[in-house]
Design a protein around this ligand. Structure first.
Ligand code: FAD
Length: 275
């Protein structure tokens, strides 16, 4: 398989950097082709602005979605964005690796999504009719490919549990897993989350590295989170409401969009650090 790892940490000698090397080495040993987009090392420009749309006239009002659609259709996006899109087309598997910063991804990675996911590429695709609402949530440019998050967190695992004060990690990562990865078609694997990493000693690192190697070994076979497909009949069109009666009793919020009956492993792979 072809694997793209997008890395969003400013320090290669960090724990994140060490885990990246573990993942890449294991994937290569398994015979996969691996490419890494190291966003800080590349000086990735995080903000969407006029510079992204060379075709936009100087006096024109900037409407980001329209400008994105126009530039994508004309093959006139900037070289850095086009290069990332080419890597995404190439990759069978996408891994987004980042430290949890303020309960989500660092801004540089969000900016990678904002700029690379152009209109006509990752959104705004497919027909809209009584039967379909575009190609999204299980359909789209990345349908048939897999994706997963590789996350380090300072907080304790329990603090991210069902009753934990930070909120469940499944909920915190839902906008990324469902909104950024499932939306353009990826099958999303349960995230690999390392908790309480500031207490990590050599023994803890060795266990963490081995768990990560195991996840790399099962990239092609691990069951994805059973997010429902938008056009698969579970949702009313055009209201996009989940049909009544499909939910597991008592489920609400983000959990509605996981078909728990079909999900052997909708949970994250949790790694408790430091006891
Ligand atoms: P590092 O700091 O590089 O390393 C962590 C530990 O791993 C160190 O003690 C290091 O000695 C050890 N280690 C063991 N083996 C190795 C090895 N081989 N190589 C390198 N290090 C090793 N946490 C949350 O839970 N929720 C948040 O919302 C949150 N928000 C944050 C916001 C900001 C702006 C910042 C800066 C941090 C935040 N954190 C939060 C904490 C953050 O998630 C962690 O600091 C981060 O995940 C740690 O990863 P790292 O790669 O930077 O670790």
């Amino acid at each position: 398989m072809n694997v793209l790892l997008v890395f969003a940490h400013p320090e290669p000698r960090s724990l994140a950097g060490a885990l990246r090397e573990v993942a890449v080495r294991e994937l290569e040993a398994l015979g996969h082709a691996v490419r890494v987009s190291d966003l800080y090392a590349a000086g990735w420009k995080a903000q969407v602005d006029r510079g992204d749309f060379p075709l936009l006239a100087a006096e024109a009002r900037l409407a980001p979605s329209e400008a994105s659609a126009q530039a994508f259709a004309a093959d006139a996006l900037t070289d850095d964005v086009r290069a990332e899109q080419e890597k995404l087309r190439w990759a069978d598997v996408l891994i987004l690796q980042f430290p949890l910063w303020w309960f989500t991804m660092p801004a540089i990675l969000k900016g990678w999504v904002d700029r690379v996911y152009a209109y006509g590429f990752a959104y705004g695709v497919g027909e809209h009719s009584d039967m379909r609402w575009g190609d999204r949530y299980g359909e789209g440019v990345f349908a048939g490919k897999r994706a997963m998050l590789l996350v380090t967190a300072g907080g304790w695992e329990a603090h991210y549990g069902a009753r934990g004060i930070n909120g469940p990690i499944e909920d915190l990562l839902f906008p990324i897993n469902h909104g950024i990865l499932h939306y353009p078609g990826y099958d999303v694997l349960p995230p690999f989350v390392a908790y309480r990493v500031h207490r990590l000693d050599d023994t803890g690192f060795a266990a963490l590295a081995e768990a990560l190697r195991e996840r790399m070994r099962t990239l092609a076979t691990a069951p994805p989170i059973a997010y429902r497909r938008q056009n698969g009949g579970d949702y009313l069109i055009p209201s996009m409401q989940l049909r009544a009666g499909l939910e597991t009793p008592g489920t609400r919020g983000f959990g509605l969009h996981v078909d728990h009956a079909a999900s052997p492993s909708g949970r994250d792979d949790r790694r408790r650090q430091g006891g």
